[in-house]
Design a protein around this ligand. Structure first.
Ligand code: UTP
Length: 299
């Protein structure tokens, strides 16, 4: 019987330089799509996949994240007094159970692999998920749920995979794949940010992983890789080719992924999530039609 995946690591120690000056004072993960911070989407997805323990790898200046997950007694009292039940329910949906959430500091931004390794003592000997909150995925069945279900069949390590345009492969970990079974593909090699012309495919890894403790062992011995960072991809790649029940698999998940670590991805997500909300859809759609129309008229 495979151990269930009940722990997730959220590496949020990066500097978020692409969103300066905003990220001078607020963590990127607190920036909001409509009215929910990026981190809330990640937590909701993890909960829907059965995650019970939430481990944040943070850094200096990320205090707002801890406050966000704390209860807000004064605010709750005020809303109760005013009979604002709906708002109270929204507020409470962000509360976390006592003891379910842990914060670990990454003292230097040495890379995603290093961030994950910082949480090793809280993971011990279990499979675990890693979620990058700046990849937001709109899906009928949440992406991590799809992965946990697929992992129940395959074991080993599993990464979320999607096709990217060939000119973008240099920004991702890229997979070479062998046999496939529906949306699950067996990974035969993976390379982080390949140079132009060296990508084995255009199947990219995006920010969802299910990993075995042996990846943490690999990270124990890791040196810096591409970009002078300790790369998670390199530590996962060492698991490729292990016998059945181990090895590395990719899941071509169903859903739409938004790269909210980039400004253009963030704006697209804002529009998509705005249009998905009943109370905003008509007004926003009218406005979008209006500006597209004005743009065309100007041409
Ligand atoms: P990014 O590559 O998006 O870096 O990290 P960043 O610092 O967040 O943003 P930019 O590029 O400066 O704008 C991908 C994920 O890995 C985490 C980040 O917090 C983000 O969730 N990360 C990255 C760490 O936790 N530690 C690191 O050393 C590097």
């Amino acid at each position: 019987m495979r151990k269930k995946v009940t722990k997730a690591i959220f590496p949020v120690a990066g500097l978020g330089t692409r969103f300066l000056p905003a990220t001078k004072a607020i963590p990127k993960e607190i920036m909001t799509l409509v009215d929910r911070p990026l981190i809330q989407y990640a937590i909701d997805e993890a909960r829907a996949a059965g995650i019970k323990e939430f481990i944040f790898v943070t850094s200096r200046g990320k205090g707002a994240l801890e406050d966000y997950f704390d209860i807000a007694p004064n605010l709750e009292q005020e809303l109760r007094k005013k009979g604002k039940k709906d708002l109270l329910a929204i507020l409470r949906s962000t509360n976390m159970d006592s003891g379910a959430i842990a914060y670990i500091r990454q003292h230097k931004a040495l890379g995603l692999g290093h961030a994950v390794w910082c949480a090793r003592r809280l993971i011990a000997d279990e499979p675990f998920a890693v979620i990058l909150p700046d990849d937001v995925i709109a899906a009928e069945t949440p992406c991590l749920r799809q992965m946990v279900d697929a992992y129940a069949e395959t074991g080993g390590c599993m990464v979320a995979a999607m096709e990217v345009p060939p000119e973008k492969t240099g920004s991702y970990g890229i997979l070479d794949v062998g046999d496939s079974n529906g949306p699950v593909v067996e990974v035969t090699s993976m390379v982080e940010k390949p140079k132009k012309g060296e990508a084995p495919s255009n199947l990219a890894v995006i920010g969802r992983y299910i990993l075995t403790p042996s990846v943490l062992n690999n990270l124990n011995k890791m040196r810096t890789g591409v970009g002078g960072e300790i790369q998670l991809t390199d530590a996962i790649a060492q698991e490729i080719g292990k016998p059945k029940g181990a090895g590395v698999y990719g899941l071509r998940f169903s859903g739409q992924r938004f790269d909210c670590g980039s400004k253009s991805g963030f704006l697209r997500a804002t529009v998509a999530f705005g249009l998905a909300r009943d109370e905003l859809r008509d007004d926003l759609a009218d406005y979008l039609r209006e500006i597209v129309h004005m743009d065309r008229a100007a041409e």
